[in-house]
Ligand binder design. Structure first.
Ligand SMILES: [Zn+2]
Length: 265
């Protein structure tokens, strides 16, 4: 029998919580380490659709990327949106576990899966960890052959099918790009460290993008946050199945994009 504690020990070795950013909130949210695990569901975050899907799937453990209570909480009021989900999880005996910036920095981690989906090879972290340059936030590498910015944006949109929020790009459409940096999630903080032809990340704000483009450095491609961060879940699910006998996994089929659609104006 596999226990929650054994799966946590494996995840902790893959994504050491000591590597999480100081402001982050990772690790076990609900559950007991001695409980048995047969079925693990993986998702970007604990939306009501995700928790319902996990409970319907009979999950004993829900592994998430986004913290449930990032800024802390003083209550798990069962009538509040999040409190009600946590009540449902606890009542069903489903443990909930978070690997966030520790999974971003790990290798393979969140940005590795994004780089792979885009076809970027030979990657290094954009912001290496002081004690281990192979780990860190973001990835920078190269496409096997040069392409144009517009063609790369189109190919990313195809690779991220289901990205309801759409893919936006900024720069000269014919700009030749080969060296590509990526960062799953909100990667604006890495802009000053980007040494690439194009940077692929999420949540770039108007002034951030405008000011950065004015420097004439990398072109920008903005992808839906949660979709870019859902790509590492499939390889992690396969890893867990390979490591633990008798475990089954299910990756929540929806990328947790809060946007329902986009209409080009
Ligand atoms: Zn995120």
């Amino acid at each position: 029998m596999t226990t929650v504690g054994e799966v946590i020990a494996y995840l902790e070795q893959r994504f050491p919580s000591s590597r999480a950013e100081e402001w982050d909130a990772v690790g076990l949210v609900t559950g007991r380490r001695a409980s048995a695990v047969h079925r693990i569901v993986l998702a970007v975050e604990a939306t009501s659709a995700v928790v319902r899907d996990a409970l319907d799937a009979g999950a004993d453990l829900l592994v998430l990327h986004h913290p449930v209570y990032l800024r802390g909480t003083t209550t798990i009021d069962g009538d509040s949106p999040k409190g009600s989900l946590m009540h449902d999880a606890i009542r069903a005996g489903m443990a909930v576990y978070v690997a966030h910036t520790n999974a971003d920095k790990a290798r393979p981690g969140v940005s590795d899966a994004l780089a792979e989906a885009i076809g970027v090879i030979g990657t290094q972290p954009v912001l290496p960890e002081p004690d281990d340059a192979t780990l860190g936030l973001g990835r920078v590498g190269a496409l096997p052959a040069p392409t144009t910015l517009a063609a790369l944006a189109a190919s990313i949109a195809r690779a991220l099918s289901g990205a309801r929020g759409g893919v936006r790009w900024a720069g000269e459409p014919d700009r030749v790009v080969q060296r590509v940096a990526v960062c799953g999630g909100s990667g604006a903080d890495l802009l000053e460290h980007i040494d690439a032809d194009v940077y692929v990340t999420s949540d770039l704000r108007h002034h951030t993008a405008t000011d950065y483009l004015a420097t004439g450095r990398a072109a920008l491609i903005d992808i839906p946050h949660a979709v870019g961060e859902s790509l590492w879940l499939d390889p992690l699910a396969r890893e867990l199945v390979a490591h633990f006998d008798g475990i089954t996994t299910h990756v929540h089929p929806d990328g947790c994009d809060p946007w329902s659609g986009v209409i080009p104006a």
